[in-house]
Design a protein around this ligand. Structure first.
Ligand code: EPZ
Length: 417
C-alpha cells in the first residue's frame, strides 16, 4: 500500500485545470447502458472509481475504454443484469446501474452496497421509488433482485433529496411507459448534468436543479458525445488548500456558480476568492479567520464533500469554529488523525468544535475515506515538518494523482512505497 511523504510549510502557487466531475461521470457512464449506440464521455479524470465502474460495466458485456481523457462505451452486447458482489461492495456507485439495467433488460440483481466510512448509506429511497414504478423487489442474502417487466411512470415524492436515488429513478424512468415526476429531487449540478446527458441521447427530461423533475418515457435512445461538468469538489479542495497553507492558486475550466456556498464562506475569511470567467483565484498570505458555524446541507447548501477540507483550514485559523455535518452521520473519522498533528477538536454527535492553533505538526496519519484523505494531504502541506499519509487508495478514488497536482503547485510531496 503506497503512501505519500509530505514536507510542509511551503505556500502553494500556480494554476490547475479541472477535469470532469467524478460524481457526474459515474452516473453518466451508467446511463450509457440505455442505448446500444456508441457513446463518448470527454475530459474524464484517471481515478479508480471510474476504472472500477468500467470493470463492472465490462462484466455486463460493455466494451468500454479510457484512452487519454476520452471514455468510449459500446453497449451493443451489454445484456448483463447482475453486478458481482465483490465489485458492488468496492464501489457504491455501482448501485446507479440498477435504474438503467431495469430500463434496458427489465431485470437486475445488485448486491446491497452497504455502508462505508462516512455512514450507513441506506438505499430505502431508491427502492421505494422503484417499487412505486412497478418494480418487484426481493432481497436475499444481501442481494437485491428486481423484476421490472411492469416498469411504468409514476408520481414520486422523495423523503430526502438523495443524489443517488434521484439519478437511479431518472434513469429507470426515461424508457418506462408514461410520465414520471420526481418531487423533492436532489438539486446538485451533477443531477442537471445527468439530465443534459439523457436529453442529448433523445430522452424527454426537464426540471433538474429544481424541486420537481418531469420525465416522459420514450421507446429508444441514441448515442452521444458529451463533456460532463467540471469537478466542483476537486476545485474546492484546491482553493481550500491555498487558504489553509497560504499562496496564490487558480483553478481553471470550472463553473464558479457550482461553488457558491464555498465562495460565500471563503469571502468571510481572510482570503477572498476572485472569479474571472471559468477561473477562480485565491490568494492567501495570512492566517485564515475562523468560521463561527459551518453546516453541511444538500445543494445549494454547503457540500458535505468539502467539510473535511474546511475542518483542516479551521484547525489553523484564529479563534474557535464549529462544524455541523447534516448529511452523513460519521464523517469525522479524520478528527483522530488531525489530533495526532496537534489539532484541538472535540466532537459530539454531528457537531465538531475546532480551536485553531498557529500550525499543525507533521505526523504519520491514515486516510479513512476519500475526502478525509485529501484533507489530510492539505494538513500535511501546511504543517511543520514531515507527514506521511497512508492508505492512499482512498484518495485515488476521486483525485487524479493528487501528489502531482500539489507538486505542480510547489508543495513538497511525493509517493513512496
Ligand atoms: C452522492 O452520494 C455522492 N456520490 C457523494 O459523494 C455525496 O457526498 C452525496 O451524494 C451527497 O452529496 C456520488 O455521487 C457517487 P445521497 P449518495 O443518497 O448518492 C441518505 C464523494 O466523496 N439516504 O444523497 O450516496 C444517506 O444516508 C461522495 O464524492 C437515505 O437515507 O448520497 C445520507 O445521509 C461521498 N436513503 C443522505 O441521504 C437512501 O436511499 C445523502 O445520501 C439514500 C440516501
Amino acid at each position: 500500500m503506497s503512501k505519500l511523504l509530505i514536507k510542509g510549510g511551503r505556500p502553494l502557487c500556480g494554476e490547475v485545470e479541472i477535469k470532469a466531475a467524478k460524481n457526474a461521470v459515474l452516473p453518466i457512464l451508467a446511463a450509457t447502458l440505455l442505448t446500444e449506440d456508441r457513446c463518448e464521455i470527454l475530459n474524464v479524470p484517471r481515478i479508480t472509481d471510474v476504472t472500477n465502474m468500467m470493470r463492472i460495466m465490462r462484466g455486463l458485456g460493455s466494451r468500454v475504454a479510457l484512452e487519454g481523457e476520452v471514455l468510449s462505451v459500446d453497449n451493443r452486447d451489454a445484456t448483463g443484469c447482475s453486478v458481482p458482489t465483490d465489485l458492488a461492495k468496492e464501489l457504491r456507485s455501482s448501485f446507479f446501474l440498477l435504474g438503467p439495467m431495469l430500463a434496458k433488460t427489465k431485470r437486475a440483481a445488485v448486491a446491497y452496497p452497504g455502508g462505508c466510512d462516512i455512514g450507513v448509506r441506506p438505499i430505502d429511497i431508491h427502492l421505494k421509488g422503484l417499487c412505486e414504478m412497478g418494480v418487484a423487489i426481493e432481497e436475499s442474502h444481501g442481494i437485491i433482485y428486481c423484476d421490472g417487466t411492469r416498469l411504468h411512470g409514476a408520481d414520486l415524492v422523495l423523503d430526502f433529496p438523495s443524489v443517488g436515488a434521484t439519478e437511479n429513478l431518472m434513469m429507470a424512468a426515461v424508457l418506462a411507459k408514461g410520465k414520471t415526476r420526481i418531487t423533492g429531487a436532489a438539486k446538485e449540478p451533477e443531477i442537471v448534468d445527468l439530465q443534459d446527458f439523457l436529453v442529448s441521447m433523445g430522452a424527454k427530461v426537464a426540471g433538474a436543479g429544481g424541486d420537481r423533475i418531469e420525465i416522459e418515457g420514450v421507446t429508444k435512445l441514441h448515442g452521444s458525445v458529451y463533456t460532463p461538468i467540471p469537478d466542483r469538489i476537486v476545485a474546492g479542495t484546491l482553493l481550500i488548500a491555498a487558504a489553509a497553507c497560504g499562496g496564490d492558486v487558480t483553478v481553471s475550466r470550472v463553473c464558479p456558480d457550482h461553488l457558491d456556498a464555498l465562495l460565500f464562506k471563503l469571502n468571510k475569511s481572510s482570503c477572498v476568492p476572485r472569479v474571472n470567467g471559468d477561473k477562480i483565484t485565491l490568494k492567501c498570505d495570512s492566517r485564515p479567520r475562523h468560521f463561527d458555524r459551518l453546516e453541511t446541507q444538500p445543494y445549494p447548501g454547503f457540500p458535505t464533500d468539502l467539510q473535511s477540507q474546511m475542518m483542516v483550514m479551521m484547525c489553523v485559523s484564529e479563534g474557535t469554529s464549529m462544524i455541523v455535518e447534516n448529511i452523513f452521520e460519521t464523517r469525522y473519522r479524520i478528527v483522530r488523525e488531525l489530533t495526532k498533528m496537534g489539532a484541538r477538536i472535540t466532537v459530539r454527535d454531528r457537531t465538531a468544535v475546532i480551536r485553531g492553533v498557529r500550525s499543525l505538526e507533521g505526523a504519520s496519519v491514515v486516510a479513512g475515506d476519500l475526502r478525509g484523505g485529501a484533507a489530510l494531504v492539505i494538513a500535511g502541506l501546511g504543517a511543520e515538518g514531515y507527514t506521511t499519509v497512508d492508505d492512499v487508495c482512498h484518495i485515488e478514488r476521486g483525485y487524479d494523482r493528487i501528489e502531482s497536482t500539489f507538486a505542480l503547485l510547489g508543495g513538497e510531496i511525493e509517493r513512496i512505497g
